[in-house]
Design a protein around this ligand. Structure first.
Ligand code: COA
Ligand code: ZN
Length: 311
């Protein structure tokens, strides 16, 4: 067991947003609420509960207001909602998540594909977003999508990502997430960029958001941790994906990531058995199997009886 001085990481559960946005079925609002309430009991630090985006473009999350109104907000857990524009901020100011996550891509083409506007328009919207949130008590944070690669443009210049982070902080964002939208990052690239961001902005609440599209998600998380990152997005069962990025697949799986850190002696605060039990229910929620591996294999110390000839 890790002690109070042991290293800690904070995990953010994004399956209710990143996970459900790409699912073809609409998970009934009641079930979303019950699911988020159960996630709140696992010791997770933050839950991205929904998004306030156009329901025409992402029908799976059209019930964001009702979800936020009816979940049981557990003290100590933060509840976030992703927004794309000022209209999203107005909805958030009324629904009052603890924070909004404004998404802006590092690459021009993905921004246009995802948000149907140039990056310049996304940046210009920040002032309006700030105004909409004023006095609401909702904190402003931002995600840099395609921070490690773009499915349309390929490589993304790390300097552009660094500049975007600086600009977001200048615009009043309290925290920043670097997102590898379609799993294009590699561990050395991650280590370098995280190191550069933290060197330029010491103490910045920096979150890393990896997708496991090419099987490198956990390696990237480890590289980010070695470079000083302590906050990670992940999705139960490995659900997730951006509907506007070709080839997108699931996030790093929360229980796999938590298991890795716990085995390393890095505390997550998560009740892993409880989380795995919730993950077992996912096929019933979304109607298909999910990629998470710890839920299939069991935790590492789940031992097996030896065959008779070896006993
Ligand atoms: N919430 C709800 N409705 C919204 C909205 C928001 N945040 N922003 C715009 N709308 C509505 C408009 O009121 C309008 O409604 P109407 O057709 O009934 O008049 C409609 O959506 C179209 O508005 P417009 O400004 O023309 O948007 P668009 O079609 O150019 O789309 C976005 C722009 C940003 C709204 C859309 O691309 C979007 O929601 N993207 C989010 C994508 C996403 O969630 N990706 C995954 C997470 S990274
Ligand atoms: Zn994502």
């Amino acid at each position: 067991m890790a002690g109070p001085e042991a290293p800690r990481v904070a995990l953010h559960e994004v399956a209710p947003r990143d996970g459900l946005q790409i699912e073809p079925v609409f998970v009934p609002t009641e079930r979303k609420i019950a699911w988020i309430d159960s996630l709140s009991e696992t010791g997770i630090a933050k839950i991205e509960a929904t998004s306030f985006v156009s329901p025409k473009h992402v029908p799976a999350l059209a019930d964001g207001e009702e979800v936020l109104r009816r979940i049981r907000r557990r003290p100590g857990v933060r509840y976030a909602a992703l927004i794309p524009n000022a209209r999203g901020a107005e909805r958030a100011a009324a629904a009052k998540p603890d924070e909004v996550n404004v998404v802006i891509s590092a690459s021009e083409t993905h921004n246009r594909a995802n948000l149907r506007m140039p990056r310049a328009a996304s940046f210009a919207a920040l002032a309006e977003i700030r105004r909409a949130l004023e006095g609401s008590g909702v904190d402003l944070t931002s995600s840099v999508a395609t921070a490690f690669g773009c499915p349309f443009e390929g490589r993304v210049d790390p300097k552009a990502v660094l500049d975007q982070v600086t600009r977001l902080l200048d615009e009043g964002c309290l925290a920043v997430t670097l997102a590898d939208t379609t799993g294009m990052a590699n561990p050395l690239q991650v280590k370098r960029l995280v190191g550069e961001v933290l060197a330029r902005h010491p103490g910045l609440p920096l979150t890393l958001h990896f997708h496991n599209t090419r099987g490198v998600g956990l390696a990237n998380a480890l590289a980010a941790w070695e470079a000083g990152a302590t906050r990670f997005d992940a999705a139960l069962g490995g659900l997730g994906g951006c509907p506007f990025a070709p080839g997108a697949t699931g996030n790093v799986c929360t229980e796999d990531l938590a298991s890795m850190f716990e085995e390393m002696g890095v505390a997550t605060g998560i009740d892993l058995d409880r989380l795995v039990a919730l993950s077992q229910e996912l096929p019933g929620l979304v109607g298909h199997d999910v990629p998470g591996q710890v839920r299939a294999a069991g935790r590492p110390m789940k031992l097996h009886p030896p065959p008779a000839y070896a006993a």
